[in-house]
Design a protein around this ligand. Structure first.
Ligand code: 13P
Ligand code: SF4
Length: 301
């Protein structure tokens, strides 16, 4: 049955000149059918480089939205437009405008895990891969960092010459990963290198050998001399790493770290959206233009 669906998707992809992009947290069969896989920024950059007319974005809403902002001439579709990111929804543009009014000298850095409206209200965007560099690059004494308090806190421990005003947002999946999980995994696999995503709690980050985005984890796992790794991020990453590095071993810090939104996409939904042309991402032009400027400033860095 799967093989039949896979074949139908491949035929439609050719017929419609479409590409499939999949985030590293997608279920294995979705990762396997994708033309490209990667972290949130890597996928958007891939989207902007493709010659395809249609981009099927297998990830959560803010990722497809970012791709649509960067590629206004292409059609970006989501197999399940209900796949949102709870963290991105933890702040509204109204609340951010109020915070800016209270802190008029601060620059606003928004994590890419945010809506287009939030990006449009920000000076610059960042990802988990470049948050520190983006904050270091700013000529200001105060930074309003939204919406992830943990990524913002992590950046503030390195960028010590600026005051950080953190929004109280967080990822419900990454907060499930506790320091105790890593300590137990270290006891079981003492030779393993510990990779932790910066969306984790500070106490969990304190257990890390490397603090990395999912793209950073792919790179580090491939290049490192270590043969074993403890992976503290969403569980889908372990499939990605194991597939790319069959001679190394990857252990999830905990199997509790599942992002239910990332798991909403499956092969059937990919087929349906290609057949019916449904799920197109549409962003009002004024918002898209302002949001694009915040994303492009980050890309320059
Ligand atoms: P990456 O950009 O590291 O892939 O992270 C995206 C994300 O949503 C992590 O929860
Ligand atoms: Fe959002 Fe967390 Fe899911 Fe990433 S893992 S998409 S931050 S809810």
């Amino acid at each position: 049955m799967n093989q039949e669906i896979v074949q139908k998707i491949q035929n439609l992809k050719k017929e419609k000149n479409a590409v499939i992009l999949a985030h590293n947290y997608q279920i294995p069969e979705v990762q396997d059918i994708a033309n490209y896989h990667g972290d949130s920024l890597g996928l958007s950059i891939e989207a902007s480089k493709t010659n395809a007319d249609k981009i099927v974005f297998c990830g959560v809403h803010f990722m497809a939205e970012t791709a649509a902002i960067l590629c206004p001439d292409k059609t970006v579709i989501m197999p399940d437009p209900n796949a949102g990111c709870p963290m991105a929804d933890m702040i509204t543009a109204k609340a951010l405008k109020e915070l800016k009014a209270q802190n008029p000298n601060a620059k606003v850095v928004c994590y890419v895990n945010s809506t287009a409206e939030i990006k449009a209200e920000s000076d610059i965007c960042c990802t988990s891969a470049n948050a520190v560099r983006v904050c270091q690059s700013l000529d200001c004494k105060e930074i309003i960092f939204v919406p992830d308090k943990y990524l913002g806190h992590y950046a503030s421990t390195i960028v010590t010459d600026k005051k950080f005003i953190l929004w109280e947002g967080y990822c419900p999946t990454h907060v499930m990963i506790l320091p105790q999980h890593i300590k137990e995994a270290k006891e079981k696999y003492p030779k393993a290198a510990v990779m932790v995503h910066p969306e984790c709690r500070p106490e969990t980050i304190a257990e890390a050998d490397q603090v990395l985005s999912t793209g950073g984890m792919e790179k580090f796992a491939g290049e490192s001399d270590s043969r074993e790794f403890i992976v503290a991020t969403e569980i889908g990453m372990v499939y990605r790493l194991q597939k790319d590095n069959p001679n190394k071993k990857f252990y999830p810090a905990t199997k509790l770290a599942v992002c239910p939104n990332m798991k909403k996409i499956n092969l059937e939904k990919i087929l349906w959206c290609l057949q019916d042309n449904k799920g197109k991402i549409i962003i009002p032009q004024v918002i898209a233009q302002k949001a694009k400027s915040a994303i492009e400033k980050m890309i320059v860095i």
